[in-house]
Design a protein around this ligand. Structure first.
Ligand code: R5P
Length: 295
């Protein structure tokens, strides 16, 4: 078994490598003057089971291109089996057509990964579960949420209510609430006016005097979770926690998350966020053991 890391999240790859007791293999990655990507595996991998760790997080297109080229390099080096380990799957939100003449980019990306020569994919907290079926190869869909609810359970927060920031996330929030001693559920009815601009309408459920835990798969610009948190405060929530597996943190996420509306923002290291680089209320939990175990 050989492990290689792309450039997207080296600290996570190093943690996985420590967990497995397998060193990261030597691989050269560089860019030509025009931005083209060059990858070379620097040891023989003929007949080996190769795991390539590369979340396709920001900048998504660069990290995706690098992953495709890594897979192709391994295929051409006669690896026996190639697994793309994608703790975050970029383009997951484009999983269906919401208007005419759009691309279903989540499917296109799956096609590209398969066509590059991957034999298997390990993905974590896909935006929607059906993306697993977009791959015509085995795709193990693992959940990062256990590290989040284990952390919250240890805090023993009183009067919990789990809140889905939109109707689409209800199943996720319900599953999360179950793991928090069957906490009650509230839902925010969100109307989105355009991409990355969220507008919150109202709360379905009782949050007054409670500790509200907002659960989402990802925080990108933080518009969704920030608007939701402000509304929960207005509706009388005593404290608001935000929980998400993927910390994308596109601007102005940091301003919103550190504005004082959140007691804590709890995310995982599926993307390369470092707790010390951001704001005091941020907690970054590791999914390295979980991914190591899956590998
Ligand atoms: C939406 O369907 C997703 O689950 C997230 O709620 C959304 O993508 C988060 O984006 P942002 O942080 O930019 O509002």
């Amino acid at each position: 078994l050989r492990l290689f890391a792309g450039s997207a999240n080296l600290p996570l790859a190093q943690e996985i490598s420590r967990y497995l007791g397998i060193e990261l293999g030597p691989m050269v990655r560089k860019n030509f003057a025009d931005g083209e990507v060059y990858v070379q595996v620097q040891e023989s991998i003929r007949g080996c089971d190769v795991y390539l760790i590369q979340p396709t997080c920001r900048p998504v297109n660069d990290h995706l291109t690098e992953l495709l080229i890594m897979i192709d390099a391994c295929r051409r080096a006669s690896a026996r089996q190639i697994t793309a380990v994608m703790p975050y799957y970029g383009y997951a939100r484009a999983d269906r057509k919401t208007a005419g003449r759009e691309s279903i980019t989540a499917k296109l990306v799956a096609n590209l990964i398969v066509q590059s020569g991957a034999d298997r994919v390990i993905a974590m907290d896909l935006h929607s579960a059906q993306i697993q079926g977009y791959f015509d190869i085995p795709c193990d869909h693992v959940y990062g949420s256990p590290v989040l609810f284990d952390y919250l359970n240890e805090k023993k927060l009183p009067d919990l209510v789990v809140v889905s920031p939109d109707v689409g996330g209800v199943a996720r929030a319900r599953a999360f609430a179950k793991k928090l001693n069957d906490a009650p559920l509230a839902i925010i009815d969100k109307r989105r006016q355009s991409h990355n601009v969220a507008e919150v309408m109202n709360v379905i459920g009782d949050v007054s005097g409670k500790t509200a835990v907002l659960v989402d798969d990802m925080i990108d610009t933080a518009g969704t979770i920030y608007e939701a948190a402000k509304l929960l405060r207005k509706e009388g929530a005593r404290q608001v926690y935000a929980c998400a597996t993927h910390a994308i943190f596109s601007p102005p996420a940091i301003e919103r998350l550190s504005s004082g509306v959140f007691e804590e923002v709890i995310v995982t290291n599926s993307t390369p966020v470092r707790q010390e680089n951001y704001f005091a209320q941020l907690r970054v939990l590791s999914v390295a053991d979980l991914l190591g175990e899956t590998i």
